[in-house]
Design a protein around this ligand. Structure first.
Ligand code: LLP
Length: 421
C-alpha cells in the first residue's frame, strides 16, 4: 500500500482498516492523531497557531488542538459554538484569544454572539466595523487586509486581488482605521490571507506586503497574522513546505515591524489544511465495476457528497486499493467514481471536470479503497445531496480507534421536515 505521499496508510495496518470498515461501515472518515500532532509541532515556532477549523471542525479534533496549545478561528456562528463546546474561550491564552471570528460580514445573530462572548472579530469589511462598533465599543478587532494580490491551488481558493470578495482593500486601510477610532474599537492587529494551497513565492510576498502596510499605516499594533494557505504534498514527489524557513521569513517581518513600532509584536499563523489534511483518509468500498467502451470504471460507495474536492476544484487525492483477498492484481488505468446521480461524481478528474483515469491494481467488488490526504475540507464540506447521511468519523491514536462522529441516520435527515406534519 505505498501509493500515496501520505504517511497515513503506512501507519495503519490494512487488517485494521478492514476491521473498521466492518465495524462502522463505509464510507468512513479516518484520522491519525500522531500525524496531526506531528504537523502541529512543525509550526510551534510561531507565537500562536490558530487552526482554521473550516478545514475540519469535528469537536474531538478541536479538543486535540486545544490539548496541543493551538487556538481557533471561527467563520460562522456554528463554528463559534463548536469552539466553545470544545472548551475554547475568547479570553487571551498565551497572548492570543482562544477564538477569533473572521468574516466579511456580520449577520444579526452572529453579531449578538460575538458581543455576548467578547470574541475578537477579524473584520473583512468596513461595514462590519461600524456594525460591531456601534453595538460594542471597545471590542477587540483585527483588520483583514486584501493586499491586492492572491494565489491558491485553484481560482476558487484565491482570496486576494481585485476579483476576490475577501478583506478590506489595502488602499482603504485609512478609512478602516478611522472607523476603528470613531467607535473606540480596540485594534489588535493586521491579518492577511491570500488564498489556500499557496506556493512558496506567493507566501513570501505576503511578508513584504505586511511590513510595507504597517509602515504606511502609521498605526500601532499588538499582533500580525500571516493567515493560512500552506500547501501539502498531495502527489508523490511534491515537495513539503520548509516550515523553519517559512517561520524565519515571518520572524524577520515581525522584527522589522517591531523595530518600526518600538514595541514587541505577536506573530500568529492560521493554517487549516497543513494541520489536518495528511492525517485523514476516506475509506470506501468498491460496489460495482464496469466498462464504458474502453474505460474501466470502479464504482465506490463514497461520492462528492462526502469528498467534494475533486469535483469542486479538480483536486488530486492519492488512491490506494485494499484487496479483499491476497491475490496479486494486474494494474489498470481506471476511472474511480461514486454513487451519486450526477456525472461529475468522479474522484479521478482534472480541472474543468475532465474525467481522467488512474493506474490502480484491478479492483473487484468487496475491495476497499482509501482516498488519502482527505483530513482537510473533507468531512467539513460534506453534504446530504441525494439524501445521503453524513458518514461516520474515527480517530486512531496509539493504534486504538475511537468513534468521534457517528453516522447520521435517515430519520435525522427527514426530521427537519417530518416534525412539521
Ligand atoms: N484563514 C482564512 C481567513 C481562510 O479563509 C482560510 C481558508 C484559512 C485561514 C485556511 O486556509 P488553509 O491553511 O487551509 O489553506 N475548500 C478549499 C479550501 C478553502 C479555504 C478557505 N479559506 C479546499 O478544499 O482546498
Amino acid at each position: 500500500m505505498a501509493l500515496s505521499t501520505s504517511p497515513f496508510h503506512t501507519q495503519i495496518d490494512p487488517q485494521q482498516l478492514r476491521a473498521l470498515a466492518r465495524q462502522y461501515g463505509t464510507p468512513l472518515w479516518l484520522y491519525h492523531a500522531e500525524t496531526l500532532r506531528a504537523r502541529i509541532r512543525e509550526l510551534k515556532a510561531f507565537d500562536t497557531i490558530r487552526f482554521a477549523q473550516k478545514a475540519n471542525s469535528n469537536l474531538h479534533i478541536l479538543r486535540l488542538m486545544r490539548e496541543e496549545g493551538v487556538v481557533v478561528d471561527a467563520v460562522s456562528r456554528g463554528e463559534i459554538e463548536r469552539a466553545l463546546a470544545a472548551g475554547f474561550t475568547a479570553q487571551p491564552g498565551q497572548g492570543a484569544s482562544g477564538i477569533v471570528f473572521t468574516a466579511d460580514l456580520l449577520d444579526e445573530l452572529t453579531l449578538q454572539t460575538v458581543v455576548r462572548h467578547s470574541i475578537p472579530v477579524n473584520a473583512g469589511s468596513i461595514d462590519m466595523l461600524h456594525q460591531l462598533g456601534s453595538r460594542s465599543p471597545g471590542h477587540r478587532v483585527w483588520l483583514r487586509i486584501n493586499p491586492g494580490f492572491g494565489h491558491g491551488h485553484s481560482n476558487k481558493t484565491n482570496t486576494g486581488g481585485e476579483h476576490s470578495k475577501h478583506g478590506i482593500w489595502h488602499e482603504d486601510l485609512p478609512q478602516a482605521l478611522a472607523a476603528v477610532q470613531a467607535h473606540g474599537l480596540h485594534l489588535v492587529g493586521l491579518h492577511m490571507h491570500i488564498g489556500s494551497g499557496v506556493d512558496y513565492g506567493h507566501l513570501q510576498q505576503v511578508c513584504t506586503a505586511m511590513v510595507e502596510l504597517v509602515k504606511r499605516a502609521g498605526v500601532t499594533l499588538e499582533a500580525i497574522s500571516a493567515g493560512g494557505g500552506l500547501s501539502i504534498p498531495y502527489r508523490e514527489g511534491e515537495a513539503r513546505l520548509d516550515t523553519a524557513h517559512y517561520f524565519s521569513l515571518w520572524d524577520a517581518a515581525r522584527r522589522a515591524i517591531a523595530s518600526h513600532l518600538g514595541r514587541d509584536v505577536h506573530l500568529e499563523l492560521e493554517p487549516g489544511r497543513y494541520l489536518v489534511a495528511e492525517s485523514g483518509a476516506l475509506l470506501t468500498e468498491v460496489r460495482a465495476t464496469k466498462h464504458m467502451g474502453r474505460n474501466p470504471f470502479v464504482l465506490v460507495d463514497a461520492g462528492f457528497s462526502d469528498l467534494m474536492r475533486p469535483s469542486m476544484y479538480g483536486a488530486y487525492h492519492a488512491i490506494s486499493l485494499l484487496p479483499a483477498d491476497d491475490q496479486a492484481r494486474p494494474v489498470q488505468a481506471c476511472v474511480v467514481a461514486g454513487p451519486l446521480c450526477e456525472s461529475g461524481d468522479v474522484f479521478t478528474q482534472g480541472d474543468g471536470g475532465v474525467v481522467l483515469t488512474r493506474e490502480l491494481p484491478q479492483a473487484r467488488v468487496g475491495d476497499l479503497m482509501v482516498l488519502h490526504d482527505a483530513g482537510a475540507y473533507g468531512a467539513s464540506m460534506s453534504s446530504n445531496y441525494n439524501s445521503r447521511p453524513l458518514a461516520a468519523e474515527v480517530l486512531i491514536e496509539h493504534g486504538q480507534a475511537r468513534l468521534i462522529r457517528r453516522r447520521q441516520t435517515i430519520e435525522e435527515l427527514l426530521a427537519l421536515e417530518t416534525h412539521l406534519d
